[in-house]
Design a protein around this ligand. Structure first.
Ligand code: URA
Length: 200
């Protein structure tokens, strides 16, 4: 049975604002829904909204987003032409004094939020899906997907759609603090360079 086309992104975004499918909405400032054109050829999927994203209400506007922007530009992709989103649309955190420390969403929270990513993908039907990090890769490519073995590989999803997975830009930022920084940056860039020549 063909599934019904979901409503337009603006409608989904409005509905997601009122989502109570898990409790992450309570302490969060707002739902961070995806952004970008409804007919985007490329959808980029991250893990979950961070601190800055929670405050601004937009995905990938913090340091990881900045690195992503730099590499996308290098690759020749204008971020505004892509649809950028996350698996989990709320920031999860633990208060430590005045600081909000990022906490990873648990399996139930991920499962509760997936309805939105599913609808975003079903509505846009992009030709290319870019998964940033293991969570996005497992959600899109299956729970058995091994990111470190298959990063940078084109994987067919059917109906003319292809996916590619790489590490999360936050992982590259963390590596940059240590000795492996340049190497990890180069690998991340090389993975995303594949976007220049998607499968025909
Ligand atoms: N990390 C993510 O996975 N998504 C964001 O939007 C920001 C940081």
């Amino acid at each position: 049975m063909p599934t019904r086309k979901p409503p337009p992104l603006a409608t989904l975004r409005r509905s997601a604002r009122a989502c109570r499918a898990c409790d992450l909405w309570r302490p969060a400032t707002q739902t961070v829904f995806g952004e970008g054109p409804g007919d985007a050829r490329i959808v980029v999927i991250g893990e979950q909204a961070g601190d800055k994203e929670d405050l601004e209400g937009r995905p990938f506007v913090g340091p990881a987003g900045h690195l992503l922007d730099v590499v996308l530009e290098d690759v020749g992709i204008d971020r505004s032409s892509a649809y950028v989103t996350n698996v989990v649309k709320h920031f999860k955190f633990e208060l430590r004094g005045k600081r909000r420390l990022h906490k990873r969403a648990n399996a139930a929270e991920v499962a509760a939020c997936l309805q939105w990513l599913d609808r975003e993908l079903a509505r846009i039907r992009p030709r290319i899906v870019v998964c940033l990090g293991s969570l996005a890769a497992k959600v899109v490519l299956g729970s058995g997907f091994r990111l470190m073995q298959r990063r940078g590989e084109w994987i067919e999803r059917g109906e003319g759609q292809w996916a590619i997975a790489t590490v999360h830009p936050a992982y590259v930022l963390r590596a940059r603090i240590g000795a492996r920084g340049e190497e990890e940056f180069a690998r991340f860039r090389a993975d995303l360079m594949k976007l220049r020549h998607p499968p025909a």
